[in-house]
Design a protein around this ligand. Structure first.
Ligand code: NCC
Length: 276
């Protein structure tokens, strides 16, 4: 494919990726007894807009970064899955405005999704690897993990906490932007939570700073800053097309290479700030 410039890539994302979440009027959900547990409107019409936002990757290279204060200075902070702040404030900050979780986290016993205090503050956004068709009926009948059963249980326990579910169209439209801008064939698995969250925040914020998605000089095989587990695949990808995602973000970055090297920081404009 023709190699697009950073600004062209940004406009492609803005124009071709619809950041959407499930609403109660969508079939098959509208016909189910629990449809009213889904939000009435799309996340982008209920949340934000924020001026400045931080996206905090869970990478091991966050460790010893001392980025906590800088991260907390943003109007909104997005974190992923089981990533904690308690005990890691110096490096990752303590503010959590949104948490993006995959359906594996919601379903697996060891994450104690229904009872752990990790998930009970801030706005929750969940996603499940849906079939490529992005057809809601097909997906509903074969989700990767039981996202809808867990969603209903969670909503009963925490009825006041905002909780959105990513529309599979968003996953696959984003996947198509990655594929369309790469010479090689990439695996047909959805983008990682990292890229989904970054684009979600681009739709809610004027400016987005992403930390340690593109690894800094602290790059390490330590998978997460909060766990003693080493695997280079966490940074480079296996199931997710992570390396390609990072290539795309590198091309869209409006900050300097020095920012990446020293702070692992990427600067992206929000969609509202783009003149396409
Ligand atoms: O590891 P995970 O991701 O929760 O990390 C969140 C996002 O941070 C970025 N990251 C993470 C580690 C690293 N060394 N470099 C990075 O760049 C990635 O963008 C990543 O998306 C996920 O995407 O949801 C993922 O979830 C985990 C796991 O399910 C949860 O952590 C819960 O335990 C997946 N790991 C496994 O399934 C074993 C991971 O593949 C993707």
């Amino acid at each position: 494919p023709l190699k697009l410039t950073g600004p062209q890539l940004l406009c492609q994302l803005k124009e071709r990726v619809e950041v959407s979440t499930l609403t109660q009027d969508l079939q098959p959900f509208a016909s189910l007894p629990w449809s009213s547990q889904l939000p009435a409107r799309n996340i982008t019409s209920e949340i934000g807009p924020y001026k400045t936002c931080a996206v905090v990757s869970s990478a091991g290279s966050m460790k010893n970064s001392r980025l906590g204060k800088e991260i907390d200075s943003h109007d909104a902070v997005l974190r992923f899955n089981a990533a904690p702040t308690v005990g890691f404030e110096n490096d990752v900050g303590s503010k959590t405005t949104l948490r993006l979780i995959n359906s594996q986290v919601m379903a697996s016993e060891d994450h104690r999704f229904l009872s752990s205090s990790l998930y009970s503050s801030g706005i929750l956004v969940a996603w499940d690897p849906a079939p490529f068709s992005a057809d809601l009926h097909q997906w509903f009948n074969r989700t990767d993990y039981p996202i809808f059963a867990q969603f209903q249980r969670y909503r009963r326990l925490h009825p006041l906490q905002p909780f959105y579910i990513v529309h599979p169209r968003f996953e696959w439209q984003l996947w198509q932007r990655i594929q369309a801008n790469m010479a090689e064939q990439i695996q047909k698995n959805p983008p990682s939570s990292g890229l989904l969250g970054t684009v979600l925040m681009m739709s809610l914020c004027e400016v987005v700073h992403v930390y340690e998605f593109l690894p800094s000089k602290r790059k390490t095989e330590l998978c997460h800053y909060y766990q003693k587990f080493h695997d280079a695949a966490c940074t480079l990808g296996a199931y997710h097309p992570l390396l390609y995602e990072k290539n795309l973000v590198k091309r869209m970055n409006q900050g300097s290479d020095k920012d990446i090297y020293l702070s692992g920081r990427v600067t992206l404009p929000g969609f509202s700030a783009l003149n396409c």
